[in-house]
Structures are given as structure tokens and as C-alpha cells.
Design a protein around this ligand. Sequence first.
Ligand code: MLT
Length: 237
Amino acid sequence: MANPGLTTCLSPAQLAEESLLAKRIVIIDVLRATSTICAALYHGMKSVITVADIKAAATYRKGDFIVAAERQGKTPEGFQYGNSPLTYQTKEFINKTLVLSTSNGTNAVEKSKTASEILCGAFVNLNALIAYMQKHPMDSILLCAGWHEQPAFEDSLLAGALVKMLKADYSIENDAGLLAGSLYEKHAMNLFEAFKQSDHFKRLSGLGREEDLRYCAGINVAPVVPQWQKDRFVVVH
Ligand code: MLT
């Protein structure tokens, strides 16, 4: 039996309008949405509802939710919580549901909703995601959230790590995957130094988010696999 295909989209703009039915999409937003979702679920939050529209996110304040947002790397006015993966690691949030709206990551989720399965990928859950995808082979698309429809260096790095580590189990379907794999090979031994080259690293560093950056570069520090079920992400593995 042939291996399932693994297609890489370095930004949502590359997600062809092809049918996503019977396909898995792995959302990649290393800085910081998918790292935050993995951290929140690993540290005991029950689920994460992602909402692309910030006004829609605000309506959840009426319910028993932890409502968080990020725009241009900052917490928008009127929101108590932002998109730091470090925020959701305390006991006060255990068994709570996080509602999260971010600049790019939550839009990528919106674009993926006709897929057969949606997972979250980041460095913080790399090995758990690899093990899950090896155990559950399925034609998959690595969808990098990027920044305003442009590729992001750190997302491409993670996509490259997945391409390299899954190449025995999946058929690499496009040159974007080869590009990402080569990028990862070049930087695998010193990811944090590589991160420092990225626009988003500089943006977040300028906002004083160094601790977030170090956390998001931490391999396997939140070893869970978030899967979209009905209207939210929950832990599937
Ligand atoms: C995004 O959605 O692009 C990121 O999560 C932005 C951020 O957290 O800085």
C-alpha cells in the first residue's frame, strides 16, 4: 500500500482550493498560537475554541470561558488575556475552556474546517505529533499560518522538521516540503539561534516576549496532540 501524501503550504495563500475532504490539516503557528494551544491543553485546560473574528471572541465573555486575543503580537484593548503560552500553565485555568483569537493562526483554522481532521503542530508537541501521524496515516497538509499570508521562518522550520521525520511514512508531495526540509536540516542543531533571524522573533522580542520565544523553541515541552472536534480543540493523544 502506497504511503499517504504529505503536502506543505508555507502560507495559507498556498492552500489550493482543492478538496480538503479525506485530508488532515496540521495547523502550524509556532509563534505562538499552536504553541499556546498545546501548552494550555497540556497544563489541564479542557479545550480551546479558536475564533478568527475578534468581536465574536468577545461575545464569549458572557459565558464561563477564559477569553484571550492577540493582534500584531499584542493583547488588544479590552482583553484580559493574550496569546502567551506561559499564561495558561497555572492551576486557575485547569478544566476551563480557552477562547482564543489571533492574527494568523485562528484564520488558518477557519480555512481548514472542511478537512477530515485538523491537528495543531509546534515544536512543543513535535514528537507526540510525529507518533500520532505515524500511527494514523492519512493524506496530510502542513498548513503554516505565516504572517499576513506570507511565509514565516519559524513555521517553515517546523514544517521541515515534520517532513524530515515523517519521510519514511509519508510521500513528500511538493517542493515546498523539500525547501522546508532543507531549511530544518540546516538549523536543526540550534533552533533558537535560527529563530532569532525571523521577523516574528524580532517583533515579539521588541514587545518583551523573550520568555515566550524560549518556550516556543522548547522541543516536546507540551507533548499533546490537539485535535479539532466539533467546535474546539481537545487532546486526542
Ligand atoms: C499569530 O496568530 O500569528 C500568532 O499567534 C501571533 C502572536 O501570537 O504573536
